[in-house]
Design a protein around this ligand. Structure first.
Ligand code: ADP
Length: 720
């Protein structure tokens, strides 16, 4: 179908053509003829990169132009929210306003009321629903990207609940990878179903075993024994390769090994460009490895990298400067990063108690990254047989069908939190009403029998009553209590809230960072670190040393909580180092964590600390304790000692600049206000822009003239 033939607004077609899109892909055409343009719900299950986003854009923009209202586009990751936001910005040409929202779960974000297309993570939108933001009534369309995540253990319940809430209130477009039971999903959503294997670039799939590459059509090719030869071969042909492995450390190790092999195929200008790319990275143990790999035209990509590093790598790979990326599967879900050849080194991964096969759905998503539209006539996806026989892998992953999706609503943690929200934020007033709501979920649609979920719901309700989240009146009707309502708005697990509440008396008696950080680390909402075997003794010693600061007792060695506890101590110690201004690089090294880990840890700790304070306010708070907690929160947010608290309240002053100012003798806001601009500009990290901002913040009128930056390594420098 030609874009011209689309029954949509002419202005929309014009923008598509400007983008160079003249013709729709066959599944796109089918999807747009399915009734979606007339307002019908749609489940679109087609391979990655075959144009799902475009379908949703057409439906979304057409609807908004014709009917007004808002569209919400749900994504699973923050990084994806940014990507989609940038893509959708283009529609501002037609007068639609686009916004993205991800963090801060305690807000109605009224500002979003001014926008037409809102990109949000599922968790963020769930929290907005709980806050009852008024603009939500204007939402006419919800697009759920990567809807197959409904089957994910920790994230599925959120997505399922959002869709249950919005079903019947807004049109729903559910975009999915190919799954085993798309029909079931479509039935639940009362949606048209479009399923297809069609891809814009052909895909050849095969299995590699000790030098023999067997393609799915039976053709056989010979290579040197090691699978590295597949990578080198792609590079020699002027193409790139994406290698999927099962752990971060493997990604790093293989990147370094491949870098040595790929390096000899680089041109001089490429080497120079890679060198300059490497020089843009900061200094820490992870980027040291990355730099070494980069010099050979290879990079690794995993959740331990910082966002800046990830984007840098993705862009350089798209440009063809980086030839090979070794990645953990996080890359396969989401980020649009196609490559001529995809190599899957691992089909098993370690999950808690042992090795398990990676689901077909995931492997197929990785394989789906092969072939760059417009550049490659076809793409190649090759599974390396290391642990399983090649024939078995061919059957399972290439000829086999992806798994069915199963509702994860019954996952205890998620369910507890959702039931509370239903009662305190969504007006469910009695148990029969709760059951009626649950009857509309995917869980109920799939299982037909709700009795075991009802039983679980009852247990949750008892727990909520017992811990004063809710109450019952004489007619057995639910009464939401402030503690429950606030817990739900703060978007934390009721179990976390209970732990906080139980600890308040102890915190009042003995407020201290270590105790509070261990408490935070002991909640189910924290991504607590694990203590390695060789570290266990050290953390046990530390716990005994600081025992009088803890609000929990140290479990015995035989106790099942023992190992978890040591992980909490380790996590608390990292946070303690952070607020004592230990440099990041030293933290990464001491605890063997990556920058991305520290970032996530701090982000979560920040949110939990905020929640702790908010909940404390409900229980006759003592002013001095409240102030103590607020200061600690600020120290946690900025990673500073107490003496810098005054300085980090200034705009754009973080731990490094505050420390530099303090050490240069500017120890208070007053001292800064009284200093001459030139004196402040001499402090490391303080430039004219920053200083201007500070003056504006303080309402001071001083002229800032930028000093010439001192450049190291200039001739002048040398002669001096
Ligand atoms: P998906 O969401 O299925 O992963 P995308 O919508 O991101 O895939 O599409 C992948 C790429 O294909 C994008 O760069 C998009 O602009 C391009 N694309 C989509 N539909 C068409 C089309 N009909 N013609 C040309 N390019 C298209």
């Amino acid at each position: 179908m030609k874009v011209d033939e689309l029954p949509v607004d002419e202005r929309l077609k014009a923008v598509l053509k400007e983008r160079g899109i003249e013709e729709l892909y066959p599944p796109q055409a089918e999807a747009l003829k399915s009734g979606a343009l007339e307002g019908r719900n749609l489940v679109l299950a087609i391979p990655t990169a075959s144009g799902k986003t475009l379908v949703s854009e057409i439906v979304m923009v057409n609807k908004l132009i014709q009917e007004g209202g808002k569209a919400v586009y749900l994504v699973p990751l923050k990084a994806l929210a940014e990507e989609k936001y940038r893509e959708f910005k283009e529609w501002e040409k037609l007068g639609l306003k686009v916004a993205a929202t991800t963090g801060d779960y305690d807000s109605t974000d009224d500002w979003l009321g001014r926008y037409d297309i809102i990109v949000a993570t599922a968790e963020k939108f769930d929290s907005l629903l709980r806050h009852g933001a008024r603009w939500i009534n204007d939402v006419k369309l919800v697009v759920a990207d990567e809807v197959h995540l409904i089957g994910s253990y920790d994230r599925g319940a959120t997505l399922e609940m959002i869709l249950t809430h919005m079903l019947g209130r807004a049109q729903i477009l559910a975009l999915s990878a190919t799954v085993g039971n798309a029909e079931e999903l479509a039935e639940w959503l009362d949606a048209s179903l479009v399923v297809s294997d069609w891809r814009p670039v052909q895909l050849r799939r095969g299995v590699f075993h000790l030098g023999t590459l067997i393609w799915e059509d039976g053709k056989v090719e010979s290579y040197p024994e090691n699978w590295y030869s597949l990578v080198v071969d792609a590079v020699k042909r002027g193409k790139g390769a994406l290698v999927f492995v099962n752990t971060r450390r493997s990604a790093e190790k293989e990147a370094l090994a491949l870098s040595k092999l790929v390096s000899s195929h680089l041109t001089k200008p490429e080497k120079r460009a890679l060198e300059s790319l490497a020089s843009q990275l900061e200094d820490n143990p992870t980027s040291e490895k990355l730099k070494r790999a980069l010099r050979g035209g290879v990079a690794f990509h995993h959740a331990g990298l910082s966002r800046v590093e990830r984007t840098l790598i993705e862009d350089a790979f798209r440009e063809g400067l980086i030839k090979v990326i070794t990645a953990t599967p996080t890359l396969s879900a989401g980020v649009n990063l196609p490559s001529f050849r995809v190599i899957i080194r691992d089909t098993k991964r370690y999950a808690g108690f042992g090795w398990t096969d990676i689901p077909v759905l995931e492997i197929q998503q990785m394989m789906g990254r092969a072939g760059r539209p417009r550049y490659d006539k076809y793409g190649e996806a090759i599974i390396v047989a290391r642990t399983d026989e090649p024939g078995k892998l061919m059957e399972r992953y290439i000829r086999g069908k992806p798994e069915k999706l199963f509702s994860m609503l019954a996952n205890e943690q998620a369910f507890r939190s959702q039931v509370l929200a239903l009662i305190t934020n969504f007006g469910i007033r009695s148990f029969p009403e709760l059951v009626r709501f649950l009857e509309r979920t995917f869980y109920a649609h799939q299982r037909k029998d709700l009795s075991s979920l009802e039983y679980k719901a009852k247990e949750v309700v008892y727990f909520l009553i017992e811990n004063e989240f809710i109450d019952l009146d004489l007619e057995d009707r639910f009464i939401p209590l402030p503690f429950g309502k606030r817990t739900s708005q703060l978007y934390i697990d009721p179990l976390t809230a209970k732990k906080f509440k139980d600890a308040f008396p102890a915190i009042e008696r003995n407020p201290n960072p270590f105790g509070i950080f261990q408490l935070i680390a002991s909640t189910p909402d924290m991504a607590t670190l694990t203590a390695r075997r060789r570290e266990m003794e050290d953390y046990l010693d530390l716990a005994y040393e600081l025992e009088d600061k803890l609000y929990a007792s140290i479990p015995y060695y035989e106790d099942s909580r023992f190992q978890g506890f040591l992980g909490q101590v380790k996590t608390a110690k990292v946070l303690l180092d952070w607020i004592n201004e230990v440099p990041e690089a030293r933290i990464y090294e001491t605890y063997s964590i990556d920058p991305g880990d520290l970032y996530r840890l701090l982000e979560l700790a920040d949110w939990l600390m905020y929640s702790l304070i908010e909940l404390y306010k409900l229980f006759e708070p003592k002013e001095e304790i409240l102030n103590y907690l607020r200061d600690l929160h600020l120290r946690l947010r900025h990673g500073v000692r107490e003496e810098l608290l005054e300085l980090v309240r200034l705009p754009n002053i973080g731990r490094k600049r505050a420390r530099a100012l303090y050490n240069a003798g500017f120890r208070s806001v007053e001292a800064i206000a009284n200093a001459k601009p030139a004196e402040l500009l001499a402090v490391e990290g303080i430039g004219a822009k920053i200083l201007d901002g500070i003056y504006r913040h303080l309402g001071i009128e001083k002229r800032v003239t930028e000093e010439k930056p001192k450049r190291k390594g200039t001739l002048e420098d040398f002669l001096r």
